[in-house]
Design a protein around this ligand. Structure first.
Ligand code: 5GP
Length: 238
């Protein structure tokens, strides 16, 4: 049995708690949503529950295919037990279809298929608005070693090879997403979350947006879209 002791960190949509075990944390998914570096805020009933179950479903699929993940088990509708990681302050983004910041930065038409997929690093900093960086910044500022950079790229590409077809067979396009990694006793492990908050998912036929862009762009029916993605992937929700 793992019980929460003190709060470790409260982020924009999740809170992390310490447990009696130095190697485990409890991750609470809240109903809060933020966008544009927390300039836009809202709460949505069931968001915490849906994201907790969605994250568990995806992380278990990844684990079953050999991707090391921090997820251990669901503890309640909104809480999961995870391994305590020493996080790398970097976001790994993979893009299968052009949208979002890529289109703005390089004037690429939205919806263009990206083959091979584009991989990008961003430095996690709310103050700086998560600027894009490359391997050279990571090495010079010692955010990760050359070997770790290779592992981050390999694990992100392997994750894409697992998740792209999983979404496709549900009639969904996994457009792009962000992953974060950390060290578990020296080993690089996927941390944070994989939910519609941190990826873009479009219906394959209509290209309807079924992710956090519904909140970012005031499209409405945010959680209804998350639940539709879960249902189509056969991810059970209470
Ligand atoms: P973009 O760079 O186009 O804004 O985002 C690319 C992908 O990474 C999108 O799926 C987006 O949801 C995800 N992403 C990038 N940065 C963040 C972040 O700070 N938080 C979350 N939740 N997702 C992010």
């Amino acid at each position: 049995m793992f019980c929460k002791t003190q709060e470790l960190k409260s982020g924009k949509s999740k809170t992390l708690f310490c447990t009696e075990s130095p190697h485990h944390l409890i991750m609470l998914f809240r109903d809060d949503a933020t966008a544009f570096n927390a300039q836009k805020k809202a709460t949505f009933a069931r968001k915490g529950l849906v994201n907790n179950h969605f994250n568990a479903f995806i992380m278990q699929k990844l684990q079953a295919s050999g991707i090391p993940c921090h997820f251990e088990k669901i503890l309640s509708n909104t809480e999961s037990l995870v391994k305590r990681l020493e996080m790398i302050p970097i976001e790994c983004v993979i893009r299968n279809i052009a949208t979002g910041s890529l289109c703005k930065r390089l004037q690429i038409p939205e919806g263009m298929e990206l083959s091979p997929p584009i991989f990008e690093f961003f430095y996690k900093s709310d103050l700086l608005g998560d600027p894009m960086i490359n391997d050279s910044h990571i090495l010079t500022f010692q955010w990760a070693s050359e070997e770790a950079i290779t592992t981050l790229k390999t694990l992100t590409a392997r994750t894409n090879a697992i998740l792209k077809p999983l979404f496709l067979q549900a009639g969904l396009l996994l457009v792009d997403y962000k992953l974060e990694f950390g060290y578990d006793q020296g080993k690089l492990v996927l941390g944070d979350e994989f939910t519609p908050d941190g990826c873009r998912i479009w219906d394959i036929k209509t290209r309807k947006k079924l992710d956090k862009d519904r909140f970012r762009q005031d499209l409405g029916e945010v959680i209804e879209a998350y639940e539709e993605v879960a249902r189509r992937l056969n991810c059970p929700l209470p």
